[in-house]
Design a protein around this ligand. Structure first.
Ligand code: 5GP
Length: 131
């Protein structure tokens, strides 16, 4: 059965897409810790990130770098934090989280609420900064 993230890649479930190529996909987290919180996934389904083959894993970080550099042009932050949990969705993914302080990356924090309009604007701004 396809994971929820594969359904996002296939367009069966909507998302705010940031970037895509033949192997990877980046989209805004639906329940963001901070504005700009983004997920990067390989299109190929693997549950655990350290079961992803070396080539795909290496490419995922390079793809994430391009996305992170665009996010940091849009969201005022000191840097983009990178983390992997994978406790909720069994499809390997990297969280990219704009950080101003260490506690911004605490997954126990209350999530920020964005309006539809804010999400749309954010996606447009980040996409416009992709190199
Ligand atoms: P993890 O598996 O790393 O513990 O957490 C999964 C992350 O995926 C969470 O931050 C959650 O908000 C996000 N997420 C779960 N389902 C969806 C979804 O349907 N759409 C989007 N955009 N994000 C999701």
């Amino acid at each position: 059965m396809a994971t929820i993230f594969s359904k996002i890649v296939n367009g069966q479930i909507p998302c705010y897409k940031i970037a895509e190529d033949d192997r990877y996909f980046a989209f805004l987290d639906i329940n963001p810790l901070v504005k700009g919180h983004t997920l990067v996934i390989p299109k190929e389904e693997t549950d655990y990130i350290f079961d992803v083959d070396d080539d795909t894993l290496g490419g995922m970080l390079i793809f994430a770098k391009r996305v992170a550099l665009a996010i940091e042009k849009v969201i005022p932050c000191k840097r983009i934090g990178v983390t992997v949990l994978g406790l909720e969705v069994p499809h390997a993914h990297i969280h990219l989280i704009p950080l101003n302080r260490e506690s911004d990356i605490n997954f126990s924090n209350e999530r920020v609420k964005l309006t539809e309009e804010e999400y749309k604007q954010l996606v447009e701004d980040i996409r416009n900064n992709l190199v």
